[in-house]
Design a protein around this ligand. Structure first.
Ligand code: PLP
Length: 375
């Protein structure tokens, strides 16, 4: 049996979600833009799903723009930035924000990158120093996909608004959504990105929530779907599957949190009890319990990953999207040593899989020791 511990990269779709999608592909396949009645019915169902989603996640007062991924939603948010202005992002951002922000530099946009503290959260003192009234846009992720560090989005957003009431505050909530409280009205953000496949929904659906009072310009032009904000025929079956996943998950955020926290703590305890040299990248009590970023000193993370794979234990060496890039920008930003960066493994949990933590810890320690013996 496979022990899947890479749930931050993707998750298995729920059975109920698969059924919902299948059912829609069979019965509700009509184009929501078609003029005959079947199209009209799908359009109505789509609008019902949109409203239902808002009610499930506390997003009244927000528009829901369905996209094909969180990467697209992040891009759509950042491309709202006006030329010749100043923006703030953090050094911990996913490439969907980081690379997009960097690409804005050649439009005369000044991009300020707030460094991370050793615990993986953004340096709030530096944020407050840089957050002047000239800043037009801020994008700070809610939960780090590398370490699980949780940023204080509500506080950062209200500080930014106090300095510049016109600033647009966006947060990438991909690793937070359905895992911690992400009530948008409470957080006060202007825009928020989520991804379906990280929460047992299908791949191919992302959402950008946008405050009703903000008029965004589209990036994809065409038939004017999504109220003119994102053209392309809406994939009603996948959207419906995504909303089903949210419906299943939204009532159990705190119980799942507790369950996953137990697993994370047990694994930390087991590593501490063993005689392997390891370091936790983050803060055991403050980070998201869904992610445990560990550095096994003197070991190459990638080799360890493949050694664990021999036992059907699947982990990652950091976010899947950055495995093709050299080094680890996030851990570097946190001031980690080369040894810590090289030996990095990310375990990302899921509340629906019962994991034998003792077995997992035993195999990790066995592989670390074997690696060192061979070397
Ligand atoms: N933002 C964060 C924080 C992520 O972890 C990911 C995926 O790993 C993304 C954005 C991109 O999500 P998607 O795969 O839906 O494009």
């Amino acid at each position: 049996m496979i022990l899947f511990l890479d749930n931050a990269s993707t998750t298995k779709t729920f059975k109920e979600v698969n059924e919902e999608i299948n059912n829609c592909f069979i019965n509700d396949f009509y184009n929501p833009g078609a003029l005959y009645n079947q199209g009209f019915i799908i359009k109505n169902k789509l609008e019902e799903k949109r409203e239902y989603l808002k009610s499930l996640v506390g997003a009244n007062g927000y528009k829901v723009i369905f996209t094909a991924s969180a990467t697209e939603a992040d891009n759509l948010a950042l491309f709202q930035v006006k030329k010749n202005t100043k923006i703030i992002i953090s050094g911990g951002e996913h490439p969907a924000i980081y690379e997009t922000a960097n690409s804005l530099k050649n439009q005369g946009i000044e991009v300020v990158i707030i460094p991370l503290l050793a615990n993986g959260r953004i340096d709030e003192v530096e944020f407050k120093r840089q957050m002047t009234k000239e800043v037009s846009f801020v994008s700070i992720m809610h939960v780090s996909n590398e370490t699980g560090a949780i940023n204080s989005i509500k506080e950062l957003c209200s500080f930014a608004k106090m300095v510049n009431p016109n600033v647009i505050f966006h947060s990438d909530g991909v690793q937070a959504f359905m895992k911690i409280d992400t009530n948008l009205s409470y957080l006060g953000v202007d825009m928020y990105t989520v991804s379906s496949h990280k929460i047992h929904g299908p791949k191919g659906v992302g959402v950008l929530f946008v405050k009703d009072c903000i008029n965004i310009k589209p990036q994809i032009l065409g038939g004017g779907q999504e109220n003119g904000k994102r053209s392309g025929t809406e994939n009603y079956p996948l959207i419906s599957g995504f909303v089903k996943a949210v419906e299943i998950l939204s009532p159990t955020i705190s119980s799942r949190f507790e369950k996953v926290l137990k697993s994370k703590k047990l694994l930390i305890k087991a590593f501490n009890k063993s005689n392997i040299e390891w370091k936790l990248n983050g803060d055991e009590d403050k980070d998201s319990p869904y992610i445990l970023s560990a550095s096994f000193l003197g070991v190459r993370g990638e080799v360890l990953l493949h050694m664990l794979e021999e036992y059907d234990i699947l982990v990652s060496t950091g976010s899947a999207c950055s495995t093709k890039k050299i080094g680890n920008r996030i851990l570097q930003n946190m001031g980690k040593s080369q040894l810590e960066i090289e030996g990095n493994i990310r375990f990302s949990f899921d509340a629906f899989e019962d994991i034998d933590i003792d077995y997992l810890a035993e195999k990790v320690c066995e592989c670390v020791k074997k690696y060192k013996r061979i070397r």
